[in-house]
Design a binder for this molecule. Structure first.
Ligand code: PLP
Length: 477
C-alpha cells in the first residue's frame, strides 16, 4: 500500500468510525451472534495475493460489526467504563503512524520526555502528593503502564525485591529462598481479580482480608492479619489498598492503612483504577486522604478519563526500587544520556514501549481540565439520578451509589434479581452485570459511555421496571 492509498483507506476508516458513533445509540448493545460464528464466515487460509482495502473495509461492516459489543453505546452499563474519545483515537493513530518503540531515551527522545511531562500534568490534576512527581525534588516519578493489573504486579515485584535486599542485609543467615518463601501480601476481599493474580504471578501468598459492611478494609483488620502472620514466622511485604473497589466502588481507609504499613515497613500500593480519575475534581480528593503514606499509586485514564485503552498511570515514591528490581543492562541498550531522563524500560515488564503519552496529551489539551471535570461530574450526576429512580420504587432496594456506579436489587430472594438480569440480557438493549454486596446478589449499573445522557438512564429504567413487572407485578390499587 502506498501513501496515496493510505490516505484513501485512512479517510474511509475515519468516516466509518464517525458514522458508527453517530448511529451507536440505535444499535442493540449486545451482539446476536453465536460462539464460533466468525470461523464459518472467514476462509480457512489467508489470501495468497493482496486484496483491496475496500473489500476489507466492507468485510469489517459485514462480519466484524455484527460481533461487536458496543462498549460505547449509551446503554452499556456493565463492568466499569473503558474510555474512548476522538482526540485519543487520533493520538493512537499517530502513535501507530510513527511506529516508534521507546526502549531508551535515544530510541525516541520525545516519547520519554512527553511521558515525563504528562505524568506530572496528570499528577497535579489529581492533587497527588508532590513526592510522586518526576518534577519533585525527590526520587519519585510517574510512568504509563499498560494496565492496572501490571501496575499492581510491578508494585509487588518491587516490594519483594526491596524486602529481600533489606532482610539479607540485616539477617545474613537468611537465604534469599527462605525469605521469598515467607513473604505475604494483603488486600481486601473486595479487591479486583488482578490483585489476586499479582500474588499468583509473583509467587507471593495473597491474603484477601474481610471488609466492613461498607466494603472497606480498615486498619484493625490489616493489623490483626499482620500480627497473626508474624507470629507464624511469615514476613508481611505488600498491601494493596482499593480506592474504588470493583464490586461497589468502596474506598479503603487509607488514613488507617497508611500508618500500619509505614510502621511495619510494608510497601503500600493504591489501586484506584477506576475512581482515581474523579480526583481531578477537588471535591472528591478527601477520598484519597492518606495517599502520601503509599509507596505507589495507580489509576487508569483508560477507564474514566477519555483516553483509549491502554493507558494506566503509575507513580512511585522512590523509583530506585523499580530500577533495582528490573534493571538488566546490555551493551546495545547503552545510552549516553543516562541519568538525565528516566530509563522507563527499568520501570516495567517489557523492553519495548508504546507511545501512549501522545494520546494522553491530545486528550488533556483538547478537553482541558475543565472539560474532563465536566465529564466526571456529569457521569456521577447520572448515577445519582438512577439511584433516585431506584429509591422511588419500593420493589427495589438501593444498595450503593458511589461515583458512577449504582448497585441495587429486587427485594427478597437472590433468584429474583438473577431472573431480572437474565431477562434484561435476553433483550440485548442494555448490558448489565451482577455483583455481590454483603453476600447478596445485586445488579451493577455503571455509567460507562461518554455519550450517556439523562434520556438514556430513563431508557434503562423503563427497561428495568418493565422486566421487573413480569417478575413482581405492581400490586393493583
Ligand atoms: N483494579 C480495579 C479496582 C478495577 O476495577 C479493575 C478493572 O475493572 C482493575 C484493577 C483491572 O484493570 P486493568 O484492566 O487495567 O488491568
Amino acid at each position: 500500500m502506498d501513501a496515496e492509498q493510505f490516505r484513501e483507506f485512512g479517510k474511509a476508516a475515519v468516516d466509518y468510525i464517525a458514522d458508527y458513533y453517530e448511529t451507536i445509540r440505535d444499535r442493540p448493545v449486545l451482539s446476536n451472534v453465536e460462539p464460533g460464528y466468525l470461523g464459518d464466515l472467514l476462509p480457512k487460509d489467508p489470501p495468497q495475493s493482496g486484496e483491496s482495502w475496500r473489500d476489507v473495509l466492507e468485510d469489517v461492516d459485514r462480519i466484524i460489526m455484527p460481533g461487536i459489543t458496543h462498549w460505547h453505546s449509551p446503554h452499556f452499563h456493565a463492568y466499569y467504563p473503558t474510555a474512548q474519545s476522538f482526540p485519543s483515537v487520533v493520538g493512537e493513530l499517530m502513535s501507530a503512524g510513527f511506529g516508534v518503540v521507546g526502549l531508551s531515551w535515544i530510541a525516541s527522545p520525545a516519547m520519554t520526555e512527553l511521558e515525563v511531562v504528562m505524568m506530572n500534568w496528570l499528577g497535579r490534576m489529581l492533587g497527588l502528593p508532590e513526592q510522586f512527581l518526576n518534577c519533585s525534588e525527590g526520587p519519585g516519578g510517574g510512568v504509563i503502564q499498560g494496565s492496572a493489573s501490571e501496575s499492581t504486579y510491578i508494585g509487588l515485584l518491587a516490594a519483594k525485591d526491596k524486602k529481600v535486599r533489606e532482610l539479607m542485609e540485616t539477617n545474613p543467615s537468611l537465604t534469599e529462598a527462605e525469605i521469598k518463601g515467607k513473604l505475604v501480601a494483603y488486600s481486601s476481599d473486595q479487591s479486583n481479580s488482578s490483585v489476586e493474580k499479582a500474588g499468583l504471578l509473583g509467587s507471593m501468598k495473597m491474603r484477601l482480608l474481610p471488609t466492613n459492611s461498607e466494603g472497606q478494609l480498615v486498619g484493625a483488620a490489616l493489623q490483626k492479619a499482620l500480627d497473626e502472620d508474624k507470629r507464624a514466622g511469615l514476613i508481611p511485604c505488600y498491601v494493596v489498598a482499593n480506592i474504588g473497589t470493583t464490586p461497589t466502588c468502596a474506598f479503603d481507609n487509607l488514613e488507617e492503612l497508611g500508618p500500619v504499613c509505614n510502621k511495619e515497613n510494608i510497601w503500600l500500593h493504591i489501586d484506584a483504577a477506576y475512581a482515581g480519575s474523579a480526583f481531578i475534581c477537588p471535591e472528591y480528593r478527601h477520598l484519597m486522604k492518606g495517599a502520601e503514606m503509599a509507596d505507589s499509586f495507580n489509576f487508569n485514564p483508560h477507564k474514566w478519563l477519555l483516553v483509549n485503552f491502554d493507558c494506566s498511570a503509575m507513580w512511585v515514591r522512590d523509583a530506585k526500587y523499580l530500577v533495582e528490581a528490573f534493571n538488566v543492562e546490555r551493551i546495545y541498550l547503552k545510552d549516553q544520556h543516562k541519568g538525565l531522563a528516566p530509563e522507563y524500560r527499568h520501570w516495567q515488564i517489557a523492553l519495548g514501549r508504546r507511545f501512549r503519552a501522545l494520546k494522553l496529551w491530545f486528550v488533556l489539551r483538547i478537553y482541558g481540565v475543565e472539560g474532563l471535570q465536566k465529564h466526571i461530574r456529569g457521569q456521577i450526576a447520572l448515577a445519582e439520578y438512577l439511584s433516585d429512580l431506584v429509591k422511588s420504587d419500593n420493589r427495589f432496594e438501593l444498595c450503593t451509589c458511589s461515583m458512577g456506579l449504582v448497585t441495587f436489587r429486587l427485594k427478597g430472594e437472590d433468584s429474583l434479581t438473577e431472573k431480572l438480569l437474565e431477562d434484561i440480557s435476553k433483550k440485548k438493549e442494555l448490558f448489565l452485570v451482577a455483583g455481590h454486596m454483603n453476600h447478596k446478589l445485586v445488579v451493577r449499573y455503571a455509567i460507562c459511555s461518554r455519550l450517556t445522557e439523562k434520556r438514556d438512564v430513563d431508557f434503562s429504567w423503563r427497561q428495568i421496571i418493565e422486566t421487573a413487572e413480569q417478575i413482581i407485578p405492581t400490586p393493583k390499587k
